[in-house]
Design a protein around this ligand. Sequence first.
Ligand code: SF4
Length: 252
Amino acid sequence: MREARSEVETSPRITTEPKRPVAPQAFVAPNFDDEVPKRPPSPLANRPPPTVHKKDRTHLVALGDSLSQVDAKVRTCTQCDLHKERTQTVFSRGTGSSGLCFVGEGPGAEEDAQGKPFVGAAGQLLDKMIIAMGLSPEEVYVCNVVKCRPPNNRRPTPAEMTSCSAYLERQLELLNPQVIVALGGTAVAGLLGITDGITRVRGKFRLYQGRIAVMPTFHPAYLLRNPAAKRQVWTDLRQVLSHMGRELPSKT
Ligand code: SF4
């Protein structure tokens, strides 16, 4: 499983928090009722759209009218050098019927082998997060900014992200999710063009293309190494549930 990226900054709050005895792969919804507003102020009201990420859209033409058609295009794509070392492309998993979409960085070794995103240890933790939200993994759409595994699990370059961006755009256009959760700084950069680092931007809604709510939060791979950050992620996910009008999970 790919490791958390170097751009995932270490927040002072993280380092000063007391160690919590959380099992390495468990996602336990913390009890934060005293710390998190039941209904945060409308995060999208009067918020200007983010700066639009400049992209090469030339291969967006004729991508297809369905997600399966876009997937078929991706499978034969050679738009960037990532195609040279991939075992297979990694498009998505889940239906997205809940209106919720998670976007990560790119496939790791296990994803490259299986052809599905988030199937390793971080993916198992992501599923526990989804279940803690009262949803099933099947009703959530999961994909990545790039569809082919970067060699040695490195971060995709800006050029690779730009080459692949049309596919993500088309996926989201067809899916039209109610909320996107951006997992990690690379996902935030790919979706919003914001490169400030995930620690600075997490926890506050942004808008994708001026219309879809995006909640940036930490990548599950980061949580595997920094379990204390689960508290912050849970705070972010509770905001997502509130925005979706879903009932907040009871205390655990
Ligand atoms: Fe094509 Fe995206 Fe794979 Fe690059 S990463 S080859 S743009 S599908």
